[in-house]
Write a protein that binds this ligand. Structure first.
Ligand code: OFO
Length: 169
């Protein structure tokens, strides 16, 4: 049986994962609109991965006999300055999510809820992968650049071929 404080934190995280999914899906639409097909594909696929993060939490709360609450999801921004801004924002967003997960792990530990603590270890490992992935995109943008004769095309191709990689179930 989950303690109320833990259920509330898990539900907050469900909401955050929904927001992450919507944010990346919205970003993918902006990229598609600008003809950045590789980035659009990558972000759309990552939006689907965020929904799987949400679903895993949703199932855990439900399996523990509590009610998973979806709540109101914040509207993501629709306008972005550039592809560079988009990937800076995704990296910053993942750092924020890591901090949310760490808070959640801390609450589970403090409440001596070792089942939830154990369940959350997947998210701890996953956030390491997510930060690494988005940091690597920023590094690629820095190396390849987005200006010059060929413009955005090469970096968009590279991003489109990236494997979103996630921690195995
Ligand atoms: Fe991008 O890891 Fe979930 O939110």
């Amino acid at each position: 049986m989950l303690k109320e404080q833990v259920v509330n934190k898990l539900n907050q995280q469900i909401n955050q994962e929904f927001y992450s999914s919507n944010l990346y899906l919205q970003m993918s639409s902006w990229c598609a609109h600008k003809g950045l097909e590789g980035s659009a594909k990558f972000l759309k696929s990552h939006a689907a991965e965020e929904m799987r993060h949400m679903q895993r939490l949703f199932d855990y709360v439900t399996e523990c006999g509590a009610i998973a609450k979806l709540g109101e999801i914040k509207e993501p921004p629709t306008e972005f300055e550039s592809i560079v801004t988009i990937f800076q924002q995704t990296y910053e967003h993942e750092i924020l999510i890591t901090s949310n997960i760490n808070d959640l792990v801390h609450v589970a530990f403090e409440m001596q809820d070792y089942s939830t603590f154990n369940f959350l270890q997947w998210y701890v490992a996953e956030q390491h992968e997510e930060e690494k992935l988005f940091k690597s995109i920023l590094d690629k943008i820095n190396i390849i650049g987005t200006e010059g004769r060929r413009g955005l095309y090469p970096i968009d191709q590279v991003i489109g071929n990236l494997d979103g990689g996630s921690v195995p179930d």
